[in-house]
Structure formats: structure tokens, C-alpha cells
Design a binder for this molecule. Structure first.
Ligand SMILES: O=C(O)[C@H](O)[C@H](O)[C@@H](O)CO
Ligand SMILES: [Mg+2]
Length: 390
């Protein structure tokens, strides 16, 4: 089988979106003196869909959500020429070819996200060519079904957050993740508001349900050191991205500070990046996203590393490209799940572009072992609500 074409299209949402609310999620831009919508630069209202076509008519599907227009340019101008004419089963060679040819400016960020999209498509192709789901090519079924945690609970009015938390309990979830809305710039009053939001959710869900806390890089080391001890009483499953991804020593200091596990990795790339996090004991939970980290080829390597360090892998975002990694290794105990709702931050846009993602039943999802490849198709339902850039 030979690759004949790489088609990268940018899907830009033009449909209705939920207007941003102040303080709905702390983030790295909050550190800067700016007013208005600081989450604006962290919206995923565009997504690049990659289709790898072959000479026997099979088409593999990959995706990338980080800087989709730039990712498309990198794919079209640099990566496609490296893989066209090649055999998708030479995926390690092709991964090295894409990685080493862009090392001078790639390695992390959008170049690695672009490589991820092509790599995911290669694995989809290998599954389709062998008639097996991708997880059966990686390690097979390690779980009867995959536990998942409901992930939204953006910082809004506490009563609304309590109603949302209750709705996840009613759907059978026994784990959920909430977002903090305040950080260093908001002072002691912001600390109080952060603590009040955790108390409010705990009041509804009790302590027999896992609660994860998301900072999305919106704090700094000094602030995190002050608030962490105050959070211990709420027994969080983990505290996520308290500092920026480059502050690995800050992560390591926080991870040793209290009983609260520190998680991260959705903004880290390749097995080299995760080796650093693991060697420094910087995280107690690894959260790469397969459409960023280097695709399935890189994620599979990180899973092996994590297993050797006994650090669990709970990939960012759920979505099919991550579910196959979780199903195929004991190192990954569960998945994130973004509830389906109107387009807001944009993580949920995945459901408007693709069909095939499993719907949770009572807090679990399962993968169909009779569906070859990733098990995704492009949805026709919302095409009129996208501008598509060929
Ligand atoms: O862990 C997550 O789900 C991410 O940090 C979210 O995608 C981010 O958008 C903040 O909610
Ligand atoms: Mg996160």
C-alpha cells in the first residue's frame, strides 16, 4: 500500500457559540494585565481534518486542533512531501522522518501537532487495512469498558455549577472535573471564590465521587503553594496544570508539597518531553493529547514510559484518538469525556465534525472491536455551519 495524497482541510465553525463569561476558566493570559476575554486565545473553534489517501482506495483520518490553519500549512508544505509514496505501515520511519526534518523549528507545539494528525491517520489506515480497531494493533482490550469523567463545570454561578454537577451524578458519572475561575491577580478574595466553588461542588457530590480541579496554567508557583494546603480538605483526585508547562521544576515542587496529586501534559510533546516530567517526578498523572503529543506512535511510547514510572495516563479530551490508547494499556485507567453541548471553548467541536465517538453509559464508554481503524467518519450533519478551507 502506498500513500498517494494528503488532504488537510481546516473546519472553521461559523455557527452559534456560547458567549464567553468572565472568570469561567483561569488561564495563562490571566497573569498579564489585561481586561476582557482572557480565554479568547484558548478557543478551539477551528479544527484541521487530515485525510491520507492510498493507492488501494483506503483513506485514513487524522485531526489537529492547535493552530489549525498553521498546522495545515505545515502539513501541506513540509510533511506531505515526506510521506507521499510511502507505506503507512512504516509508521515509525515516517514519524522519525517528519520529526527529524522539522527538528530545527518543530519538536513541540504546532509542528508536533501537525505530525500527530498525519500519524493518527496512518494508524487509522493500518486498522482499516487489517480490518482491526486501532486498539487491537496497540495492545488489545485491557478493560471490559473504559471509566470516564465528565469534564466541564466552568466557573459560573455556584448554584448553576451545583445543578451541572448533579446532572453528571444523574447520568451515572462517578468522577467529574471543574474549572477554577480566579488566580493571583484576584488576590485573597479570588482564593476565597476558588475555595467556595470546590466546597459547593463537594456539597452536591459528596466524597465518594472523584473531583478533579483544573487551573489551565492560570496560576503561578507562589499562588499554588498558598492555596494547595487549603484544598487538601476537599480531597481532589488531582490538581491540573497549576503552572505553565515550561515550569517543570514548579510542577515538581508542587507535586511533593501536599497529598494532592499534580497532573499535566496536555501541553507537552513527545516521549522526550514526558521523560523530563517523569524523571523530575513533576506530575502524578500524565495527560497528553494524542493529537498533540506526536500521534499514536508517540503516545504509545509515553504509555510505556509511564508504566515503568507507575504514573497513570489519563489523556486530555477523550475523543477517539485518545480512547484507543486508554483501552490498550493498563497504564491508563480512565478517559476524560467532554459532554456534548453548544460550542463554547471548542473542545466539544469534535462532535460536530466527526461521528463515531462512543456515548458514555453510566460513566463508562466502550469501543467496538468490529469497527476497523479509529472508528470515525466525517459528519455531514453540521457541514453548513463550517467554513472549510481546502
Ligand atoms: O483538561 C482539559 O479538558 C483542558 O484543559 C480544557 O480543554 C481547557 O479547554 C480548559 O477547560
Ligand atoms: Mg486541562
Amino acid at each position: 500500500m502506498k500513500i498517494t495524497r494528503i488532504r488537510a482541510r481546516v473546519f472553521e465553525w461559523k455557527g452559534r457559540t456560547v458567549p464567553p463569561q468572565a472568570h469561567f476558566c483561569a488561564n495563562a493570559m490571566d497573569m498579564l494585565w489585561s481586561r476582557g476575554d482572557t480565554m479568547g486565545t484558548f478557543r478551539f473553534h477551528g479544527w484541521t481534518v487530515v485525510e491520507v489517501e492510498t493507492d488501494d482506495g483506503l483513506v485514513g483520518i487524522g485531526n489537529v486542533a492547535l493552530a489549525p490553519r498553521i498546522a495545515k500549512q505545515i502539513i501541506d508544505q513540509y510533511l506531505a512531501p515526506l510521506v507521499i509514496g510511502q507505506d503507512p505501515f512504516d509508521y515509525e520511519y515516517l514519524w522519525q522522518r517528519m520529526y527529524r526534518s522539522t527538528l530545527a523549528w518543530g519538536r513541540k507545539g504546532v509542528a508536533m501537532a501537525a505530525i500527530s494528525a498525519i500519524d493518527i491517520a496512518l494508524w487509522d489506515l493500518m486498522g482499516k487495512a487489517t480490518g482491526r480497531p486501532v486498539f487491537k494493533l496497540l495492545g488489545g482490550r485491557t478493560k471490559e469498558k473504559i471509566p470516564c469523567y465528565a469534564s466541564k463545570l466552568y466557573r459560573t454561578d455556584l448554584a448553576d455549577m451545583q445543578r451541572e454537577a448533579q446532572s453528571y451524578l444523574d447520568q451515572g458519572f462517578s468522577a467529574m472535573k471543574m474549572r477554577f475561575g480566579y488566580g493571583p491577580k484576584d488576590g485573597p478574595a479570588g482564593v476565597r471564590k476558588n475555595l467556595d466553588s470546590v466546597a459547593a461542588v463537594r456539597e452536591v457530590i459528596g466524597y465518594d465521587v472523584d473531583l478533579m480541579l483544573e487551573c489551565y496554567m492560570g496560576w503561578n508557583l507562589e499562588y499554588a503553594k498558598r492555596i494547595l494546603p487549603k484544598l487538601e480538605r476537599y480531597e481532589p483526585r488531582w490538581l491540573e496544570e497549576p503552572v505553565i508547562a515550561d515550569d517543570i521544576d514548579g510542577y515538581a515542587e508542587l507535586n511533593q508539597l501536599t497529598s494532592i496529586p499534580i497532573s499535566g501534559g496536555e501541553h507537552e510533546f513527545t516521549s522526550y518531553g514526558f521523560r523530563q516530567l517523569l524523571d523530575k517526578r513533576a506530575v502524578s498523572v500524565i495527560q497528553y493529547d494524542t493529537n498533540r503529543v506526536g500521534g499514536i506512535t508517540a503516545a504509545h511510547k509515553v504509555n510505556a514510559l509511564a508504566e515503568a514510572y507507575s504514573v497513570p495516563v489519563i489523556p486530555h479530551a477523550g475523543q477517539m484518538h485518545n480512547y484507543h490508547l486508554t483501552m490498550s494499556t493498563l497504564a491508563s485507567p480512565m478517559s476524560e469525556f467532554f459532554p456534548v453541548h453548544d460550542v463554547e471553548v471548542g473542545n466539544e467541536l469534535f462532535y460536530y465534525i466527526f461521528e463515531g465517538d462512543p456515548t458514555p453509559q453510566n460513566g463508562y464508554i466502550d469501543l467496538d472491536e468490529h469497527k476497523p481503524g479509529l472508528g470515525l467518519t466525517l459528519s455531514e450533519k453540521y457541514l453548513d455551519q463550517f467554513n472549510i478551507i481546502e
